[in-house]
Design a binder for this molecule. Structure first.
Ligand SMILES: NC(=O)c1ccc[n+]([C@@H]2O[C@H](COP(=O)([O-])OP(=O)(O)OC[C@H]3O[C@@H](n4cnc5c(N)ncnc54)[C@H](OP(=O)(O)O)[C@@H]3O)[C@@H](O)[C@H]2O)c1
Length: 292
């Protein structure tokens, strides 16, 4: 029986990137729909649920994407509510690559650090990717400082995170002043820059002034770099004793996770690939065993 991936995209035009990955991951047919909202998705989900018998539904799956991550989250919630056993199909949500990128980032860090003993700073942790990086780091027992240009936005993001991680060592901070950066960077072993494309968040001088720093990961692929001195191609590059990763350096792992997740959707009809589940899948990839 053919494996059918139903691509539900919140943008008007469904992403060609997600479609190419689906083909490479082995989907036989991809049905792509754009302009998806919680209000119009139900009929499309029903079409996927009620066409094949329960035993064959593992060969139908749903991928939710699009550039607007909150819109994708809302569609994901509606899709999950619409599905019920035994007519369920597996679902993956990766709007704007947010889940696969965050998972790959934390897996790269885990190659070098025992996260349960790590203090991490996530710069621009208010965005979809940075927020998920912070979430996954907390899940591994790391202490996390979450920075934003606005202390209030940082506090709001930390409040949301603390609902899932009560008692976590989580500190909101602002990153626009020298004093704010000094306090945010104090004692950290890991810095992740998750700012918008082309936004510089930390200078080489500020990085050099963190004596405890061991790993620096920049997710911005557009010049200027998010972390001055880190290039997009860096992949476990040793720069004066600091291990660095750039966006493309992380991107290889991200692509492996994306492929593996799409393949895995067709192994059963009950997968729900959210941030945590995608990270856990990434942990199982060959050669991905953490160093700790
Ligand atoms: N390597 C990959 O495969 C891959 C995949 C997906 C995404 N990415 C990259 O990952 C990064 C994060 O993605 P995202 O979707 O979370 O980003 P985003 O939503 O565009 O921006 C993240 C945060 O950046 C901060 N920001 C925005 N404009 C800024 C400015 N002018 N100056 C300083 N800070 C600014 C904002 O935080 P505050 O307003 O709170 O300061 C915002 O919440 C992006 O660079 C994206 O291109 C890489």
């Amino acid at each position: 029986m053919k494996n059918i991936l139903i691509q539900l995209d919140t943008d008007p035009l469904p992403s060609t990137f997600d479609r190419v990955v689906a083909v490479d991951a082995g989907a036989d047919e991809i049905f792509s729909y754009g302009g998806i909202t919680p209000e119009n998705v139900e009929g499309l989900v029903h079409g996927g649920m009620f066409t094949r018998g329960p035993a064959d539904l593992m060969h139908t799956a749903i991928f939710i994407g699009g550039s607007n991550v909150p819109a994708g989250e809302a569609v994901f919630e509606r899709v999950k509510k619409t599905l019920f056993p035994p007519f369920s199909v597996s679902v993956m949500m990766d709007s704007n690559g947010s889940n696969t990128t965050a998972a790959a980032t934390v897996l790269c860090a885990m190659k070098h650090l025992n996260l349960a003993e790590t203090s991490a700073l996530v710069l621009a942790g208010t965005g979809p990717v940075g927020f998920r990086v912070a979430q996954l780091l907390l899940g591994q027992g790391a202490r996390v400082s979450l920075a934003s240009r606005s202390l209030q936005r940082s506090q709001e993001a930390c409040q949301r995170l603390s609902e899932s991680f009560p008692g976590a060592m989580l500190t909101p901070c602002e990153s626009t002043t020298a004093a704010g950066m000094q306090s945010a960077t104090a004692g950290v072993q890991l810095v992740v820059a998750a700012g918008a494309a082309g936004v510089s968040l930390i200078t080489a001088e500020q990085l050099k002034a963190i004596p405890t720093l061991r790993v620096a990961i920049d997710l911005n692929a557009v010049n200027p770099a998010g972390i001055e001195g880190v290039t997009v191609m860096d992949k476990a590059k040793d720069r004066n004793g600091i291990i660095t990763y750039g966006a493309i350096g992380v991107g290889g792992t991200k692509m492996k996770i994306h492929h593996a997740a799409v393949r895995s959707l067709f192994e059963s009809n009950d997968r729900r690939y959210d941030t945590k589940a995608i990270f856990e899948l990434g942990q199982q990839l060959p050669g991905r065993a953490p160093a700790n």
